[in-house]
Write a protein that binds this ligand. Structure first.
Ligand SMILES: Cc1ncc(COP(=O)(O)O)c(C=O)c1O
Length: 482
């Protein structure tokens, strides 16, 4: 993927692939969008896909597969135990990550479940650059706690720090000194840190963490779900590694990590997950949990077709053109929105463009879920489905008090190789309209609030009739309701 300059000046990201399979989309009028989001309890997770024009909810499981992946899916060896398909993937993992042992699982959170069951016990403390929703839930379910030791810059919504996903080494050392290896089973480093806007870590930081872990005898676990984006940013932004190839950078990262796990719904553009390591003891500790919770060791809950696709997808992730598509589209989106004064997370990260709801709708208090309200409003205004990544995505404190998120974001994910630049431009245009009408947006209140991972299926209602007023304004400005 390259960014090219047109003869007449504009700079745009240029796709290095072509589309040969398409899916029809629907753009329903604004009144039907209001009805759909109302029925969905103002939760974009609960919208029906047929009511969505552009699905920017996530990249998870919805990246476009390549012709080579589809071809690989035609030739599989399906068996409960010992399938050739599995050995192909195991070999690819060894080749890319240099890890001898591989455990398949049905998706990323299944890997987290297994890691937490194997290593976290009541009183355990797990330091990490930043939490991810499912990771934290699994650690807490085992009686552990998490400690975020992100650099302070990481939580600044607007910044020019190239690696906002870095760990603060002093904070980490203090935790090591306070709890020691007895209480700290591992440090978790997340690539392309999801909840702070898809922000990468630097290789210099990872190498320093490795040294610190060695000093205290503590394992380092890499969540590689968003590794593709992180690889792109290391090569782009870290001077020392600009001349190194993507496979070389990957291997340095892998060599720093005792255990690597990933969601293959993200990394490798398939559907599944896996854990790899060179540590035989760790492998044995987790192996029986895989057979108990996921499936036999040569499929782990994945279909053979997905395993074939994953082996090819991982190989394709080592290609710079492939991994630069999403970050360059996101950079374009961020740059265009910034030109018009729209508050967004900077620098542009991976995964998606993140609107800063904290400033976009600064009149909505955190107790009324500003990011959730903005995600619902954006759907009404455009048919574009984003994801709330703010207070709604947090769990309440044990005493029932709200835990206000560090950032109130609406994530507009750009799955790899899926959307076109005109669709991105449409999204930008409707965000601009919404920004001009932002004072119409008000908050949300829970109607049904689940106890665990409430953002997935909780239902909310608007605190007033603001959504009808938004629709009326939209009709006035776009007479066909589209
Ligand atoms: C960083 C990170 N870790 C773990 C997961 C969980 O993966 P899955 O959705 O496949 O369970 C995700 C999913 O979005 C993620 O972004």
């Amino acid at each position: 993927m390259s960014v090219v300059r047109f003869y007449r000046g504009e700079q745009i990201p240029l796709e290095m692939h072509k589309t040969r399979i398409v899916q029809k989309l629907n753009l329903i009028p604004v009144e039907r969008r209001l009805a759909a989001i109302t029925e969905a309890g103002n939760n974009t997770f609960l919208l029906k896909n047929r009511d969505v024009y552009l699905d920017l909810l996530t990249d998870s499981g919805v990246n476009a597969m390549s012709d080579r992946q589809l071809a690989a899916m035609m030739e599989t060896d399906d068996s409960y135990a010992g399938s050739e398909t599995y050995f192909k993937l195991e070999k690819k993992i060894q080749e890319i990550f240099g890890k001898k042992y591989f455990l398949p699982a049905h998706q990323g959170r299944a890997c987290e479940h297994i890691l937490a069951k194997a290593y976290v016990k009541p009183g355990s403390v797990v330091p990490m650059n930043y939490h991810f929703t499912t990771t934290k839930a699994h650690i807490v379910l085992q009686g552990g706690t998490i400690e975020e030791v992100l650099i302070d810059e990481g939580l600044k919504v607007t910044s020019d720090h190239p690696f906002k996903g870095d760990i603060d080494l002093d904070k980490l050392r203090r935790l090591f000194e306070q709890y020691g290896a007895d209480r700290i089973p591992f440090v978790r480093m997340e690539a392309g840190t999801n909840l702070i806007g898809g922000q990468p870590f630097s290789l210099a930081n990872l190498l320093a963490i490795r040294e610190l872990c060695d000093e205290f005898g503590i394992m380092l676990v890499l969540d590689a779900s968003l590794l593709a984006d992180n690889l792109y940013f290391i090569k782009e932004r870290e001077a020392e590694y600009q001349q190194r190839s993507i496979p070389e950078i990957t291997r340095i990262i892998a060599d720093c990590s005792d255990i690597i796990y990933f969601s293959a719904r993200k990394l490798g553009c398939a559907r599944g997950g896996g854990i790899c390591t060179n540590n035989e003891e760790a492998y044995k500790a987790m192996r029986e949990l895989v057979t108990l919770y996921e499936g036999f060791l040569t499929y782990g809950g994945m279909s053979v077709r997905e395993i074939e696709a994953l082996a090819v997808g991982l190989e394709e992730t080592m290609d710079e053109d492939m991994i630069s598509h999403a970050p360059q589209f996101i950079a374009y989106m961020v740059q265009e929105l910034q030109k018009h004064g729209i508050p967004v997370v900077t620098p542009a990260g991976g995964l998606g463009c993140h609107l800063d709801a904290g400033r976009f709708v600064e009149h909505i208090p955190q107790s009324q879920y500003p990011a959730g309200a903005l995600a619902a409003a954006l759907y009404i205004a455009s048919g574009v489905r984003g994801m709330e990544r703010g207070t709604l995505s947090e769990a309440r404190e044990p005493d029932g008090k709200e835990k206000y998120a560090d950032m109130e974001l609406v994530r507009l994910a750009l799955p790899r190789r899926v959307f076109t630049l005109s669709q991105v431009k449409y999204t930008i245009d409707r965000i601009l309209w919404l920004y001009d009408n932002r004072k119409l947006i008000e908050g949300l209140a829970f109607v049904e609030e689940p106890n665990v991972l409430r953002f997935f299926f909780g239902k909310l209602k608007p605190v007033s009739d603001w959504q009808s007023r938004l629709v009326a304004q939209f009709r006035q400005d776009f007479s066909n309701g589209l």
